[in-house]
Design a protein around this ligand. Structure first.
Ligand code: XIL
Length: 345
């Protein structure tokens, strides 16, 4: 037995979770001793849920504010936890700070956009040098409705989304010659995501062809229960498609990471024991597939305790019940999902 991390380490992997900074003790935060007790017991790795994103670290074009990220970094150091960097660029206008969406790149837009991005990546990687060596360099660069890479103020200034993506990885590599550079995205084996999976493959292929230094694909893994065929209780067709996708990714030489695991249980009827059993089952099936890949390295949950899961707000259940997305309940008790992860690792 042992902690999830101890079990993961038997196959050379690490287990971790998102954590956040916020005032007070009622959160999935470094300030909540009940939360940090679970992190300390199960994880050797943490990732800031929000605190390293531009909206938090860069309030204005030439102003940085690392107060909250520094607090998480200090907590990780004090508690002997590894720290991942999420993210150097969340490539979506929705997650850009307003000032960046409205930014005037001036007479030399290419140079100015490059300056903005390069300065950001250098500032962040310098600040956490020695502590953060694995980064989600670019997060979510493809629009799953249009199947195209997303335009932002920065990509328009630089000429294309690819110009932004490539530069981000090149600068990150300059900064971290031995670091682990990840492209992170939310593809999964649900039907609606299969086209998105293809787009991710094309992006990874293109990066390879252009010599872009990206080491791994981060598979967020916000998995949805409705991928299961209600008749059979499993999703064999989609599982086959999913394996093919992962095969292609590792075939190109990329490693894999599970960066943001949780389960959306919207489609499941309300009774908790049955729901938890189904969620655990689904978790086991997902992990069993992923653990077949020796290329899979770190595994991170997007939060360890249901009550603090972002899904309570982002994908609430229609019946108003709490989403049971995480390995631990809102009462900080291990759930069947936790055992499912433990038994698959
Ligand atoms: C989410 C956080 O959990 C929320 O607190 C925040 O409001 C929005 O971002 N994909 C990602 C993560 O890459 O950064 C997102 O985190 C969840 C989806």
């Amino acid at each position: 037995e042992g902690s999830l991390d101890a079990i993961a380490r038997r196959s050379g992997r690490r287990f971790g979770s998102a954590i956040n900074w916020n005032a007070g003790t009622n959160g999935g935060s470094i300030q909540n001793p009940l939360y940090t007790r679970i992190i300390n017991a199960e994880c050797s790795l943490v990732v800031p849920e929000n605190e390293l994103k531009w909206q938090w670290t860069r309030p204005a074009p030439d102003t940085y504010d690392f107060t909250r990220m520094d607090a998480i970094a200090a907590w990780a150091r004090a508690n002997g936890k590894g720290l991942r960097g999420h993210t150097l660029l969340w490539h979506r206008p929705r997650w850009f700070p307003d000032w960046l969406n409205n930014y005037d790149y001036g007479a030399n837009p290419v140079q100015e956009a490059e300056r903005m991005l390069v300065d950001h990546i250098r500032t962040v990687t310098d600040r956490y040098r020695g502590q953060i060596t694995s980064y989600d360099v670019v997060n979510e660069a493809i629009d799953h409705d249009t199947n195209r890479t997303i335009e932002t103020s920065m990509s328009r200034a630089m000429g294309s989304p690819e110009a932004v993506i490539d530069l981000a990885f090149h600068v990150a590599r300059e900064q971290l010659p031995d670091g682990e550079l990840v492209y992170n995205d939310y593809m999964s084996w649900e039907p609606a995501h299969l086209a998105h999976c293809n787009d991710v493959l094309r992006l990874l292929e293109g990066m390879k062809a252009r010599g872009v230094p990206c080491d791994a694909l981060g598979i967020q893994s916000h998995i949805e229960m409705f991928a299961i065929d209600p008749a059979t209780g499993v999703g064999p067709y989609l599982e086959r498609e999913w394996r093919r996708f992962c095969d292609e990714v590792v075939g190109m030489g990329y490693k894999l990471m599970i960066t943001e695991f949780d389960v959306k249980d919207k489609a499941l009827p309300g009774a908790i024991p049955e729901r938890d059993a189904k969620i655990a089952d689904f978790t086991r099936r997902y992990f069993d597939v992923m653990l077949d890949y020796s290329e899979l390295t770190d595994i991170l949950a997007w939060g360890m305790v249901d009550r603090f899961s972002w899904l309570q707000g982002f994908a609430p259940r229609d019946d108003g019940l709490e989403v049971r997305a995480c390995p631990y309940s809102s009462e900080y008790a291990a759930k069947p999902m936790r055992e499912a992860i433990a038994s698959s690792l």
